[in-house]
Design a protein around this ligand. Structure first.
Ligand code: BGC
Length: 384
């Protein structure tokens, strides 16, 4: 009897100690006041300085550089409040400055056109335009010198519930073959649990535009290994099948009964080596999913069962590119000095469908003078 009641008291004390521990985890207690600071990240060959802005709010810390508007680091807590950098990246500017094109586009802003345009050509209002072919035979992510290689003008600010960094870049008429002067502004806002990205653009001639962010996520922490065990959910009943050069065939195909069905949370690797031609074309997942519903809605959720980190992505865009890091081949070493191999990160790029300028049945990506291109995506972190 006595032993039992002592045991009960011990269990009670242990439970209290547990409670105190959880109350004193950094995630709960030490949320810093929203803040934004900057440091010099590097200098380009032409002498241009590249700044890194560090945004902190609630449990998150995001570091964004003015080169490419790149999210260089993003620290988020696991279920115990331990922080890890959950995006793939490089420790210094040299890592990002293009040696090969196309590179991996870690964390970068992509423009003027996210993903591929077939054979680097499209016709608008009867005029044919030619873009650089940087992913033979197609043009990828805006061409050889896309928005990921531009130095953006940064304006930091405090917001009602956090901090923000506005990045501006004006792309001259004809840059990378695209018509119109495109005035572009992208604002990253960090609040307690969410990184929000707002995109805006205007043009002085009819053009096409499709902006996105190309962060690769590894919710266990970059450089810790593969993401095939992550559970992915995509709010999409259809996807756009591709040909062997990863250009959409124009078909909108149901995911039902295929390895493309992520309507229920499913480990990324569960079917990635199934005998399914689409997966062979991409050497894994590298496709556009057609998001269900319209308006601003949940598009994707990734859960890392080990750390408990959960990333929820919402957007107003019609599609999302899920790319399972297939072309990471061990030649790159990331922020913490570890090698990145195939499947060590996954990208979820909210977007209009690839090759829309050549696909009359896809939602239009045409922007005309007087119109404003405006879209938003949020990345929200939790842990359980
Ligand atoms: C594309 C991939 C490409 C990767 C990095 C993704 O958006 O769909 O095919 O390899 O970006 O360039």
């Amino acid at each position: 009897m006595l032993i039992r009641s002592m045991k009960a008291r011990l269990i009670g004390l242990a439970a209290m100690a547990g409670l105190m521990t959880s109350l004193s985890t950094p995630a709960v207690e030490a949320a810093p006041r929203p803040d934004i600071t900057k440091d010099l990240f590097g200098t380009l060959a032409d002498g241009t300085q590249v700044w890194r802005y560090t945004l902190t709010s609630g449990v998150l810390r995001a570091r964004i550089i003015t080169y490419g508007g790149i999210v260089q680091q993003l620290d988020a807590p696991d279920r115990h409040g331990h922080q890890a950098d959950v995006v793939l990246g490089f420790p210094d500017l040299a890592g990002y400055v293009d040696k090969n094109n196309p590179g991996p586009y870690f964390g970068a802003l992509i423009g003027r056109y996210g993903n591929r345009i077939a054979k680097g050509t499209f016709t608008l209002d009867g005029k044919t335009y030619h873009l650089p072919i940087n992913n033979d035979p197609n043009s990828l992510h805006g061409g050889t010198k896309g928005f990921d290689t531009k130095v953006w003008t940064a304006t930091p600010a405090k917001t009602g519930d956090g901090v923000s960094l506005r990045l501006d870049y004006t792309s001259p008429d004809g840059e990378m073959g695209y018509p119109g002067t495109l005035k572009t502004s992208v604002t990253y806002s960090l609040s307690a649990r969410t990184l929000r990205v707002d995109y805006r653009a205007t043009t002085d001639k009819p053009t096409v535009v499709n902006l996105t962010n190309h962060s690769y996520w590894n919710l266990a922490g970059e450089g810790t290994g593969g993401i095939y065990g992550d559970r992915l959910q995509l709010n999409a009943s259809h996807y756009t099948p591709v040909d062997s050069t990863l250009i959409p065939t124009g078909q909108i195909a149901p995911v039902a009964g295929t390895p493309m069905d992520f309507r229920r949370p499913t480990p990324v690797g569960a079917r990635i080596r199934d005998n399914f031609q689409q997966l062979a074309f991409g050497q894994g997942y590298d496709h556009n999913w057609v998001l269900d519903g319209s308006g601003f809605r949940l598009a994707a959720r990734v859960t890392d069962p080990d750390s408990g980190r959960v990333l929820s992505i919402s957007t107003d865009q019609p599609g999302i590119q899920f790319y399972s890091g297939n072309f990471l081949d061990g030649t790159l070493y990331g922020t913490s000095g570890h090698q990145y191999r195939q499947g060590d990160g996954l990208a979820l790029e909210t977007q209009h469908f690839p090759d829309s300028p050549n696909q009359p049945n896809f939602p239009s990506t045409v922007l005309r003078p007087g119109q404003t291109y405006q879209t938003a995506t949020t990345f929200t972190f939790s842990a359980h």
